[in-house]
Design a binder for this molecule. Sequence first.
Ligand code: SF4
Length: 492
Amino acid sequence: MAQKGVQIISVEPGSLAEEAGLRPGDTLLEIHGEAVLDQLSYQYLITREDEADLLLQRPDGSTFEAYVENGGEGIGVDLAQDEVKVCKQNCVFCFVHQMPKGFRKSLYLKDEDVRLSFLYGHFTTLSSSDDAELDRIVRERLSPIHVSVHATDPVARIKVVGNPREGDILRKIDRLLAGGIDVHTQAVVAPGLNDGAIWQQTVDDLWKRRKAGRGSVLSLSCVPVGLTAHREHLPSVQDVGPDFARDWVARWTPEVRKYAKACDGEPWLLLADEWFTRGGIEVPGRAFYSRSWAQLENGVGLVRRFLEHSRRFIKSPRAQGFQGRRVLLLTGPSFAPTLTKVVADLNRAVGSHLRVVAATNFSFGETVTVAGLLCGQDLKYAAHADRDAKGGKADWVDAVVVPSSSLRTVTGPTDQYTLRGAVVREEGTFLDDLTLPQLAAELGVPAVPSGANLSHLLDHLEAADRGAFRGGALTEAFHPAGLNQPQGAYNP
Ligand code: SF4
């Protein structure tokens, strides 16, 4: 990797950086003689020792050295945002390739950044990671990393990722493991592409690389392929229908338990919730999922976690806050049956009048059933249809609830990564740029995000009672996580 350094945007008054003569506009080239590659590398190097030798460059190109005794702490500089790295693959099921036209530019960005994998659990195929970057991961101990394997068989992997140079994923994984880096892995499974013997080989190859101690394959999840109605000029990929999903669950559920037994009860092989929701099967109990909810962000265990929380919440005094509320909850068809059962329990327990409607995804196509990909227009349509069906009264409900996962939310530290000139939308914006306040204005009743559980939902409904939509704008922050958070997408 070329040494470019990272530009200093601001220097805190009275800080060590100011005392050492650093100024905004300077570029931080090296710390301890090692190249500063980005913000992550700065954090690693500056906190590594109690003092630091810095090499900097002025805007006129001259260089200078500085020394700080920082006690292993930051020195009071804000650094320029890092640019997200872009993927070099051409996966046959890439969701970006299947996006309808006309959405905001940032949604078409194919990010593939190992730094985001480390920081936020995003999956990377490691296509943008050359040996130098793999060594950097080892050097800076960026562990664990989340890797999309898809298939360990090189021919199958090339077919899946569409890149003839990226067949040998095990070589890259082995380099990380040898350096003591732990790896969570996943495969997106498509019938006839990487299931059957190819999947079995993937399981076997990765299981061999699981061990006690550092440098282990910590988990392997399988996720059914997701296809939209927008696959013009793309390779033909078979969808995972209910029968295939049921067969998969029947075949691999005992294997999940077998591997868990070999790992002292901690599941290693993980089945995404979508296998169960697509197959119309109830998700298994808590023991089926990792104690630490590993790969939750990849859709493994979200439904079980929601059910566990709901069971406890409904028994709590706080649940009475729902009493008498008439609320319409919109969600995706895959989550609707689960939510309907929970809401029935809540209504019975506290006397609330919550109803669930599964919104059809007209924007991406009806095969897309997850809540997180519903667009504002889909939700608006579903709410209008429900109002018409209930007699068309303007106040037919007190509030309409939309999935939090369908909204852009503040991404926190992820926002330090820029999106190649793309405009990042405000919090509370749907994929199609409709905003929550606009939806509320259209419907004539408050539109509130679901949050991740019933407790969050009640917080949001109470915020709406306080007029959180006053003036057509959000006046309060919301819990960011969704009831059915999509995998790893970093929410641009
Ligand atoms: S690695 Fe991800 S972003 Fe890149 S082509 Fe594959 S699915 Fe798309």
